[in-house]
Design a protein around this ligand. Structure first.
Ligand SMILES: [Fe+2]
Ligand SMILES: [Fe+2]
Length: 481
């Protein structure tokens, strides 16, 4: 078969020749009903009979891989899609640098690989669970469609990881695949594996922050795994990244549109001080200081996803050739890092200091730094909107020591500027930096659904262009069918 095109004749669309891989096909078909149960219990609430204008991958050719059409979400064709195999690909880093990439799981690295695949897999359904209530309060049909697009694709990403588990990890792979459907975001007894994926996504501003900051952690992790010497993992992640780009687009443009609407409303009302929260809120838009608080929350939660700054697990995964660096093959060094160092922010005698650590154990820190750089781009765009409107206000990323649960700074408190403070000061002031219950109530009060064609809730601007170049009044979701 042509690897570029996806076979839709089997129950599970794929470009991995499943029709001739009976055992894996059987395992996946066995898993399918449990997945559909999970989707109906934990997927988007309502709208399951609505026709949604969704893209579906029909190819893995970067020049054209998706088709748009109306689909009922439960009929979405969740498939297994791997980027084409690169001929003679070699392991691009670590102790096995330059050796042929593995097509099967190397026995000595089986446990490490399985753990990384399970952790990645766990985040995919988690975000769907976190976002399941948002359909009820969507600010437009355009946004509703984007939410559902992200949701079905996160579902597909779960399939991607489950395929690897079932094909390459035998019985324990199948058990892990079942566990992925059993854990639930925020559940007291059986939570998802990572902190940020157990937090609530109560409103659309949170959704945009989540897709901007937390999906971007996903991007960084997928990039590192796309470098993997285990070729099927690399190929899976490469294709996932194609879809992931849209998720971050939803976040970036979503926040842009909220900021845009806020500054327009302030201007029209002649408000010159963006910090005059009461006056701005009276206009029915989200004030900039509250947007900053939401940003502080989601950025700091997402930083925790990178794990401890200094980590022997990260070093081992790199040495083994399993998880590389962001853009590994474009980095000009020996790709082994045995004698290199990397500066790590640490707490030294009560002060935040840069300390050189062996580059191998500092890989989480390095990936997190790459992530921060990537995050900055959105802030530049949002700040441009604010300054163009003539306001002197800047959204900023908080210091990495701010509001952390994992790593060097988990036991201390710091302000967004990175000044260390004691517990009492933190308790007294944290409401200035993180969304308070009042902030949450205010945002919730804005979340009234808008479902008329081409209409948008008054707290958010329309997008500059439609999805698939559709006009502004396009019916992205046919709610009643
Ligand atoms: Fe994903
Ligand atoms: Fe995503």
């Amino acid at each position: 078969m042509n690897i570029m095109n996806v076979d839709y004749s089997t129950k599970i669309p794929n470009n991995v020749n499943l029709s001739e891989d009976r055992q894996v096909l059987k395992a996946l078909e066995g898993w399918h009903p449990g997945y559909m149960d999970w989707w109906s219990d934990m997927g988007p609430e309502g709208f399951q009979q609505s026709l949604v204008y969704l893209r579906t991958a029909y190819s893995v050719d970067p020049r054209g891989w998706a088709k748009f059409d109306y689909v009922k979400m439960p009929d979405y064709r969740w498939g297994i899609l791997l980027a084409p195999q690169e001929e003679n690909r070699v392991i691009p880093f670590g102790e096995n640098f330059g050796k042929p990439a593995w097509q099967e799981v190397p026995g000595e690295h089986r446990a490490t690989l399985r753990r990384l695949i399970v952790i990645q897999g766990d985040t995919e359904p988690a975000s769907v669970e976190q976002q399941r209530h948002l359909g009820k309060t969507a600010p437009s049909l355009y946004d509703l469609r984007n939410l559902f697009q992200v949701n079905v694709e996160e579902g597909r990403h779960l399939w991607a990881m489950v395929y690897l588990l079932q094909k390459y990890f035998g019985r324990d792979g199948r058990e892990e695949a079942d566990e992925l459907l059993r854990r639930r975001s925020g559940d007291a007894d059986s939570p998802r594996m990572l902190g940020a994926f157990n937090e609530a996504t109560p409103d659309w501003l949170s959704f945009f922050m989540f897709t901007y900051f937390t999906d971007r952690d996903g991007k960084m992790q997928l990039h590192s795994l796309a470098q993997s010497g285990f070729d099927p993992l690399s190929r899976t992640c490469r294709f996932m990244l194609t879809e992931e780009a849209h998720h971050m687009f939803v976040g970036e443009t979503g926040i842009s549109r909220v900021v845009q609407r806020t500054v327009e409303a302030m201007k029209a009302a002649g408000i010159s001080d963006p910090s005059d929260i009461a006056k701005v809120r009276a206009l029915g838009v989200v004030d900039l200081p509250t947007i900053q608080k939401k940003l502080n929350l989601h950025y700091s939660l997402s930083l925790d996803l990178f794990g401890s700054e200094v980590s022997t697990n990260a070093a081992n995964a790199f040495n083994a050739g399993i998880k590389g660096r962001y853009h590994e093959t474009q980095i000009k060094d020996d790709h082994r890092l045995q004698n290199d160092t990397y500066p790590v922010l640490k707490l030294v005698n009560g002060e935040i200091k840069r300390v050189d650590e062996p580059a191998l154990t500092a890989l989480n820190m390095r990936l997190r730094d790459d992530y921060t750089q990537d995050c900055v781009k959105g802030l530049l765009r949002w700040n441009k909107i604010i300054s163009t409107a003539g306001y002197d206000f800047m959204l900023t990323l908080p210091n990495v020591a701010f509001h952390r649960q994992i790593g060097e700074f988990r036991d201390i408190h710091a302000t967004p500027d990175g000044v260390l403070i004691d517990d009492t000061t933190w308790s007294k002031q944290k409401g200035e930096w993180l969304p308070s219950a009042d902030d949450g109530d205010f945002i919730a009060s804005l979340m009234t659904p808008v479902t008329e064609l081409g209409q948008f809730a008054p707290w958010i601007s329309p997008p500059k262009v439609g999805i698939d170049n559709k006009p502004g009044d396009f019916e992205y979701v046919k709610i009643e069918t």
